[in-house]
Design a binder for this molecule. Sequence first.
Ligand code: SF4
Length: 258
Amino acid sequence: MLVTEIQAKSILSASKVYPYVLNPYVGCAFGCRYCYARFMKKFTGHTEPWGTFVDVKVNAAELLERELLSLARRGKKPAEVWISGVCDPYQPLEARYQLTRSCLALLLEHNWPVRIQTKSPLVIRDIDIVSQTVGGKAPDCHVGFSIGTANEEIRRLFEPNAPSIADRIDALRQIHRAGIKTYVMIAPLMPGAEQLIPLVEGIVDYVYVDRMNYGYADSIYRTHKLEQYRTDAYFKTTGRLISRQCQEGGIPCSVFFD
Ligand code: SF4
């Protein structure tokens, strides 16, 4: 793994998903085969394969503090910050650098709502910050896990370097038990997603579902004869099934495709 410490120029960016997004790292050691974030290579000059390099924005917290103060001075109200859009904020290097932890602490201290999205149980480390009340108020922080399948063999094909499904579900359970709002992001929806809802019932507050939107992993579908799980019909049927399962379990569910 090529690890480079860098000085970033800014840390909070506008996002289409939430008002803001914060990425403490460029690149992601989990290197999921379908990952759309590999487009970052174009902007950062990286020529190495996706998943084999990580740039560490060592000045992330310092920048964030400055940007939060500047936004407040300009009369901007706190709005949801997505951590993260193009890297996993709790990938292994976070255990050493603690950049996500520092940024999370700052955002919650300044009363900014946070939406964490990860595949890593390392997020459990930060339960102390997320459950700490500020001025008698619980922080507005939701913790979500991306889990696209309940089938560990499929997970290994598409996400060979990411934590196991069981570890993610166990982490969700611990976080939910700590009184923190949790969600599961069933995206990209992969074969075996049909069995996920029973596994997360009672430990998530809501569910998001999205299909496989990019073609980076098409060769995996072809090699393993999984093409029937890459069709509009499969996504439609499975999206509806998950939606129905959620309805029966009383879990709010948003499906982001027709
Ligand atoms: S964990 Fe997320 S950001 Fe990292 S490689 Fe996988 S899909 Fe991409």
